[in-house]
Design a protein around this ligand. Structure first.
Ligand SMILES: CC(C)(COP(=O)([O-])OP(=O)([O-])OC[C@H]1O[C@@H](n2cnc3c(N)ncnc32)[C@H](O)[C@@H]1OP(=O)([O-])[O-])[C@@H](O)C(=O)NCCC(=O)NCCSC(=O)C[C@@](C)(O)CC(=O)[O-]
Length: 616
């Protein structure tokens, strides 16, 4: 299909060179390009990502896209943060990016669904705005909570205000082919809405399909193509639209955003794929494809998501992409700390950060060796219990600041450690509950250890599933030297170290090295350089992102029962229940097997769960 399209386009360019040249002289076309590309990743793409992306990453994305040659980039949206919290920093993004825009003559359209949005956009320095309406009543009601006519009236108000302020306006029509609620769309409706938007002064309207009908009434230079890749037809649609005279297309770097919710669906057409198709067919885009591929790779890593551009991923894999910033040039293998961790809570004795589907808890009581106070125990237990209910959290990392990872139970004078009762109010109850909460976590838990651990601190790292450690890590069960026993933590250590190793280390109260534990397979990565811990963690999390979270929870329970109840009734029952559940409609298993059959590797489990498709 693609090859056919490409050949067809080559012929088209030869026959219609005059039309392409005319297009190049249109309002915003780059001088070197025969087609106009509107990059929608920073707005449409990031809007559809659950986790909010830090402002500096958004700004850097726009900068990198501009460096790759994109002249028109949909920068953000000015919508109520209640609707679209991901883009609540629209003004901040514009503030940072405007100087670059004026230097390079960039177009930065922003979405402004109402007058307030437009006013905020103008205040933020926007020179181009986007309004939208649905071609169908049902979608209009659902999406904008009003009829099509009301939506058009609102768009008209925005357009009039925009004209007064010399702001260019672009009109977007949704559901032009079909509506998820009411079925196929009447083409006359699409035409009516398109004409209304153009009458309002929109310099361009965005459509997909129905071009024949539209072109009978609307000149091609007033239309743009925005195609989704749900059925892998987006590039073919671009080719067909190009053949019909359309010269303006929307796309999103790395295929960000669009419609990730339908099973197996791709989102927006990836800019890299479209640029590849055009350039291979001799149609100039003005975009440096190699540089663009590097941007797609970079943003995918930033977001911890797979790169949905086939051409982009192929160029990166072949090593044909070029670094997209001068700083990256000096470190071509710069994969270190690719995730952006954003602080979401700071409780004083610990803080919590989040990056995609992972959270990281860091103990922040280094002046006291991160020893566990009652407040810290309670706070951590509550966190793990809250995370256990959150299906959007797949991995939990436990890290620590300072010289010691954790020196165990708080031995200071201020803590009452006597166990008058076994409930959660006693110190015993608090320690026990934390270890139970970590052990019961459905997420994959990872201890990131860069210093010595003592007593209960040893237990903390071995209640987790995985350990990534530096050469500074050490474990000492000091209890015996203090006249104590590692009572609460003993089940975890016996399980993870093996009984004989645990017994000797505990009875001797001796220091255990990472090399010893790596030999017995309970330290999973040992890293020479502490500075590399962060990047090794990120790499590991990237791999875990390819693992289904519900499946991970079941795997953990299977291991636990194989330890606690080998050959027993509970183990048998859970094995049967797990096998049965993983084959049911709506399960991760059903989805994963279908993806396999469609030759789709590297399943994006984040998108699967975001979609709320699975009801396990
Ligand atoms: C870690 C070294 C070697 C550092 O040796 P250092 O010379 O004290 O090091 P430092 O100068 O870096 O100082 C660290 C600060 O942290 C404090 N600190 C350090 N650890 C604790 C603690 N646990 N509780 C309260 N405070 C602690 C320590 O007292 C000092 O405070 P400062 O003197 O500056 O005011 C030394 O302080 C030490 O030996 N600490 C005790 C470690 C230990 O034995 N932990 C086991 C606790 S028992 C336990 O966890 C029981 C449990 C939970 O396993 C029971 C069960 O499972 O049922």
């Amino acid at each position: 299909m693609l090859r056919h399209g490409s050949l067809k386009m080559k012929r088209f360019v030869a026959r219609h060179a005059a039309s392409a040249a005319l297009q190049a002289g249109a309002r915003y076309a780059s001088t070197s390009a025969s087609v106009k590309i509107l990059e929608v990743g920073p707005r449409d793409g990031l809007q559809n990502i659950k986790t909010s992306v830090p402002t500096p990453v958004k700004v850097e994305l726009i900068q990198r896209l501009a460096e790759a040659g994109l002249q028109a980039i949909e920068a953000t949206s000015f919508v109520s943060p209640k609707w679209v919290p991901q883009l609540a920093d629209g003004a901040a993004v514009m503030g940072k990016i405007l100087p670059l825009a004026s230097q390079r003559g960039l177009r930065l359209p922003v979405l402004t669904p109402n007058i307030k949005g437009l006013q905020n956009a103008i205040k933020a320095g926007a020179k181009e705005a986007v309004v939208f309406a649905s071609a169908t009543e049902a979608f209009s009601k659902k999406n904008q909570n009003c009829s099509v006519d009301d939506a058009l009236a609102q768009a008209e108000q925005v357009a009039a205000e925009a004209r007064k302020n010399d702001i260019a306006i672009r009109g977007v029509i949704s559901c032009i082919f079909s509506d998820p609620y009411s079925g196929p769309t009447d083409p006359e409706q699409v035409l009516r809405v398109a004409q209304r938007l153009l009458q309002m002064g929109c310099y361009e309207t965005q459509t997909k399909r129905l071009l024949e009908i539209l072109l009978e009434h609307i000149p091609a230079n007033k239309l743009a193509g925005h195609f989704h890749d749900t059925y892998g037809q987006a590039v073919a649609n671009v080719v067909a639209a190009y053949d019909m005279g359309i010269r303006s297309f929307d796309s999103s770097v790395a295929g960000l955003g669009g419609c990730p919710y339908a099973k197996g669906a791709k989102g927006n057409l990836a800019t890299e794929d479209m640029v590849y198709t055009f350039e291979e067919s001799g149609v100039a885009t003005g975009v440096d494809l190699q540089r663009l591929a590097a941007v797609g790779d970079w943003i995918s890593r930033q977001l911890g998501m797979p790169n949905s551009s086939r051409a982009g991923a192929a160029l990166v894999a072949k090593g044909d992409s070029v670094p997209s910033t001068s700083s990256e040039k000096s470190e071509p293998k710069a994969v270190a700390n690719t995730r952006t961790w954003k602080e979401i809570e700071n409780a004083g004795e610990f803080k919590v950060e989040r990056a995609g589907n992972a959270v990281k808890i860091t103990l922040t009581r280094p002046h006291k060796g991160n020893s566990m106070t009652p407040a810290m125990l309670e706070g951590l237990t509550s966190l793990f219990n809250t995370f256990a209910k959150d299906k959007a959290i797949f991995h939990v990392v436990l890290a620590a600041e300072g010289k010691y990872f954790c020196t165990g139970m708080d031995l200071s004078g201020g803590t009452d450690r006597t166990s008058k009762s076994a409930d959660e109010t006693s110190y015993y109850g608090k320690v026990r509950d934390l270890f139970t909460a970590i052990d019961d976590a459905p997420q994959t838990t990872i201890a990131l250890i860069d210093g010595p651990c003592f007593g209960g601190g040893v237990g903390l790292t071995f209640a987790c599933d995985v350990r990534i450690v530096s050469k500074k890590a050490r474990w000492t069960l000091t209890e015996i030297k203090l006249g104590l026993s590692p009572a609460i933590i003993s089940p975890y250590l016996a399980r993870e170290w093996g009984v004989a190793f645990f017994r000797e280390a505990m009875l001797a109260g001796r220091e255990v090295t990472p090399e010893e534990l790596q030999r017995i397979g309970t330290v999973h990565q040992l890293i020479d350089d502490s500075d590399q811990l962060g990047s090794r963690l990120d790499d590991y999390l990237d791999k875990l992102d390819r693992c289904a979270p519900q499946s991970a929870a079941a795997c953990k329970e299977l291991v636990k029962l194989a330890w606690k109840d080998p050959g027993g009734v509970k183990q048998d029952a859970f094995i049967e229940k797990t096998f049965d559940g993983m084959m049911q409609p709506g399960s991760e298993g059903e989805f994963g097997i279908k993806q396999f059959q469609q030759k789709i590797k590297n399943i994006d489990w984040g998108a699967f769960w975001d979609a709320g498709k699975a009801k396990l």
